[in-house]
Design a protein around this ligand. Structure first.
Ligand SMILES: Nc1ncnc2c1ncn2[C@@H]1O[C@H](COP(=O)(O)OP(=O)(O)OP(=O)(O)O)[C@@H](O)[C@H]1O
Length: 243
């Protein structure tokens, strides 16, 4: 059960092994209520894996994920009610329309008809889905598919958002709108978002967690991520062996 001092997102020693391959090792961090944390790292560092471990889509080899005080492995349903998850690539149902998909997912979550209607109106507006509301998802551009994924993550008004590259594939106008939306949501929700766009971190996030080769190498403020040089890109390269 959630206690007021519990972090909303709590990764405790999360390791994931694929045979001898270490995807993540002893990943430990927590995000308190109301914070927007950036999750950074080079390709293959373990960001998506950690997010899947936090959301219960993968089972850890070692360690524990807790969301809002609920152990994801044991209280999967209670935890998933608190989580809105935007996975890296879907899953989206290609033959459905955004309207049909969101209605189906809202009903599957047991939302009341009136609540579902107002939440569908909200996400359609916030994710700018009006033009494609009745179009097949499989025929949408990558950016629009991304927005449908975001609408799905927000549909049940979850307290915790775990967003895997939320602005990937978006044009500059949409990127701006999604960042604005994340900032707005961050006033009441706890957010972990992965990104490769370092300027996004400064624009949106309170805090930075950096992972490299499956291990956390920095957990601190945006200024700490900039390092002594004051240059986030340079410090990122130094910490991840890309210098
Ligand atoms: N099912 C799997 N079997 C074996 N290795 C896997 C599996 N899934 C992921 N990996 C490996 O685990 C490592 C971490 O992958 P992950 O997708 O978490 O990285 P990432 O930080 O999200 O990368 P990117 O920025 O490219 O999206 C990678 O080397 C990946 O190839």
């Amino acid at each position: 059960m959630v206690e007021c001092n519990d972090p909303m997102i709590d990764a405790k020693g999360l390791s994931k092994y694929y045979g001898p391959f270490i995807a993540t090792e002893n990943v430990t961090f927590s995000v308190p209520k109301g914070e927007i944390a950036a999750f950074l790292g080079p390709n293959g560092a373990g960001k998506s894996t950690t997010m899947k471990l936090l959301t219960g889509f993968l089972t850890p080899s070692e360690g524990e994920a807790r969301i809002g005080g609920f152990a994801v492995a044991e209280d999967r349903i209670a935890a998933s009610e608190l989580i809105g998850y935007l996975p890296e690539n879907g899953p989206l149902y290609n033959e459905m329309t955004p309207k049909g998909l969101l209605k189906y997912l809202g009903q599957a979550r047991g939302l009341k008809a009136s609540t579902l209607k107002s939440r569908m109106d909200y996400v359609a507006t916030k994710c700018s889905l009006g033009d494609v509301w009745g179009k097949q998802i499989g025929k949408l551009s990558r950016g629009y598919r991304q927005r449908v994924g975001m609408a799905h993550a927000l549909l049940h008004d979850p307290e915790v958002l775990i967003l895997d590259e939320p602005t990937s594939g978006l044009d500059p106008n949409q990127t701006f709108q999604v960042r604005d939306l994340i900032r707005e949501l961050g006033q009441s929700k706890t957010i972990l978002l992965s990104t490769h766009i370092l300027s996004e971190v400064e624009a949106v996030c309170d805090r930075v967690i950096l992972i490299n080769r499956g291990r956390i190498v920095l957990d601190g403020t945006v200024d700490e991520m900039k390092g002594e040089s004051g240059n986030m890109e340079q410090h990122f390269r130094e910490l991840t062996g890309g210098v």
